[in-house]
Design a protein around this ligand. Structure first.
Ligand code: GLU
Length: 407
């Protein structure tokens, strides 16, 4: 399913938006290329004393609107093209959210489950030792992404502080709360997805108590499940990388999370039907939330999707062919660069708090997050109607116009 190159998909999205939005061709040409790409090797002594070399990346796509900003992914399939695509999407996402950040992304090609905690810490610190020249609060501010978490970011921030002498903590976001992290950052992407959905729900005719299927149970999918459930929606299906479960009357999210924590998978969850990740996407639900990896909704399955609205909490889950099929059958796709912007928005609040030496309450953080996402969701939905196009193209147009002003 992930065979399609995500960077090709990102470039097609750019071109398609430019066709509907009268985007200056010079701006478009610049957006097709990252400003800087760094590829490093990271030598790590494993616990058995043997040396292993890992490949690490940082792509700095556009600094037009502020410091490069974006997560670091640890995944066996991570490669330069994936990181390029993710960096381009970050530039668009930060512009859609109208936060003072550019776009970047990083990664390491690794299967993190195969590493001990001590090895993982050496790898995280090793990435910073190789990359610190191109990082910093006013230069590039990384954060968590797939398979990275506050603990890993805490090690990275510590390594950066030791090397650079910068004690603000503002060179990394998504840090643990006690180490300069922000209230609300852990749940921010899921929370932001909910605010975006809720801002559009009524106009799309989605019931106040909708059925929801979520692909992925990492930090994003797990929090989204709890948040949608708290707001009276029924989570009927959930999955992890190995497969999923379906219960048409609704799952008890806390019980599913506890089962996964205890058993390491969703297998044998009582009372639910076992399904594959592919089947989950095609269930008869109101809302589908892809919250895992790229290229899940393609021309091969888009016509079988039954959800009325797809809220993209993963980055790049839908190909452009699939976008056309979905638009043709009146399925609303709330694009990743809007739907999952909650993470980077609260990251930016964390950066601001670190720079000012402040600590904001969770209520303040969530209030500001909601405000931004409600405003931008409505603006982009309106723009899509005016341009007679889908929300992805409208969001790209809005982002490109905002970037253009700063170039
Ligand atoms: N990795 C997240 C994303 O894809 C968050 C990035 C950040 O907080 O900088 O948006």
């Amino acid at each position: 399913m992930r065979a399609m190159n995500p960077f090709e998909n990102a470039l097609q999205q750019l071109d398609r938006a430019a066709q509907v939005g009268k985007i200056n061709t010079d701006v478009l040409a610049r957006m097709r290329h990252a400003e800087r790409e760094v590829h490093v090797s990271i030598p790590i002594t494993m616990d058995d004393g043997k040396l292993r070399i890992f490949e690490g990346y940082r792509v700095q796509h556009s600094g037009a609107r502020g410091p490069y900003k974006g997560g670091i992914r640890f995944h066996p399939d991570t490669n330069i093209d994936e990181v390029r695509a993710l960096a381009l999407w970050m530039s668009m996402k930060c512009a859609v959210a109208d936060i003072p950040m550019g776009g970047g992304k990083g990664g390491i090609t690794v299967t993190p489950k195969e590493l001990s905690k001590a090895e993982l810490e050496r790898l995280a610190r090793g990435w910073v030792q190789r990359m610190h020249y191109v990082l910093g609060p006013k230069v590039d501010v990384p954060a968590p992404d797939v398979n990275t978490n506050p603990e890993i970011i805490g090690w990275m921030a510590d390594e950066y502080a030791k090397i650079s002498g910068d004690t603000t903590g503002a060179a990394f976001t998504g840090k643990p709360l006690g180490k300069g992290g922000s209230e609300g950052r852990g749940a921010a992407t899921g929370m932001g997805g909910f605010y975006t959905f809720d801002a559009l729900r009524e106009q799309l005719g989605i019931p106040a108590s909708a059925t929801v299927a979520i692909q992925g149970m990492g930090n994003v999918g797990g929090h989204a499940a709890s948040i949608f459930e708290e707001h009276a929606h029924h989570i009927v299906a959930l999955s992890d990388s190995r497969g999923g479960i379906y219960q048409k009357d609704g799952l008890d999210v806390a019980a599913v999370l506890a089962h996964k924590e205890k058993n390491g998978s969703l297998k044998d969850f009582p009372g639910a039907e076992q399904i594959s990740n592919e089947q989950l996407l095609e269930l008869p639900v109101d809302v589908l939330i892809p919250a895992a990896l790229e290229n899940q909704i393609t021309k091969d399955n888009a016509d079988r999707i039954q959800a009325k609205i797809i809220v993209e909490l993963a980055n790049g889950p839908t190909t452009t062919d699939a976008d056309d099929i979905l638009f043709g059958k009146n399925t609303t796709v709330v694009p990743d660069i809007l739907a999952n912007a909650g993470g980077v928005i609260v990251s930016t609040f964390e950066w601001e708090q670190n720079l000012k030496g402040e600590h904001w309450s969770e209520q303040d953080v969530l209030g500001k997050l909601k405000n931004i996402l409600e405003t931008q969701s409505q603006l982009i939905a309106k723009r899509a109607l005016e341009l007679k196009t889908d929300m992805r193209r409208a969001a790209f147009v809005v982002a490109l116009e905002r970037i253009q002003e700063k170039l």
